[in-house]
Design a protein. Sequence first.
Length: 267
Amino acid sequence: MTTTFQAHEPLARKSSIFHDLRTVAKRACRSVFREPEFFIPALIVPVFFFVVNIGALQDFAEQSGVVTDFKAFQLPVSIIFAVTGVSRASALVTDIQGGYFDRLLLTPIRRPALLLGLMAADLMAVMMLTIPVLMLGLVVGVSFTTGILGMIVFLFYGALWGLAFAGFPYAIALKTGNPAAVNSSFILFFPFAFLTTSFLPKEALTGWLATIATYNPVTYVLDGLRSLITEGWEWGVLAKGVGATLALAAVSFSLASAAMRGRVSQN
């Protein structure tokens, strides 16, 4: 008995972008839980700065009248330190060096899914990092005027910044395939972190530092996070922080996409 196939009937159905995204994200998310060393350094830095800054500067800041509640003022800084630079870029480098990434490029999987799937795991990771930092803030006495809903928005607000910054290490990973270069990508964050309102409100800054802080996107993200703690639902302030985050995301994701195209063209 002979079976014939109609020419117009495909033998296999092409998968959707959602299937591709789910496949990459599932593997990336599993690898997060297999690497506890991924979380420990990422938690030590924000907790260290939060505890040290409060212990060293709280009395001075509050007695001078510059800041009313220094703990609440510093908690957003710790959140930013917790989520910035957290990505699966190091795992991507391992895949590139081991040849797994090149084999993926030979499959019909959509190229954007290769990055977006990893970033889905990044979002999960940064959320897992923000929760302990938030809990530490609550333990030491930080309270949210916006309540529990404000805490949830606080977590996602910080996670959005972390996801926006993740494009930079991915761009470096795809361009260089070098783990040392990826690990040093956190250095890019230091100008963002310290040339802003990390220790003093903007009105207390002077000279060139005040000018730089005005154009630093972290300034507006910190303002948005702080408003959720002390001011309430300041929609204009929150919108500026989201706008600054999306502007950074446009730059970082564009660099990562360009690096992806360059990597694909080599195969």
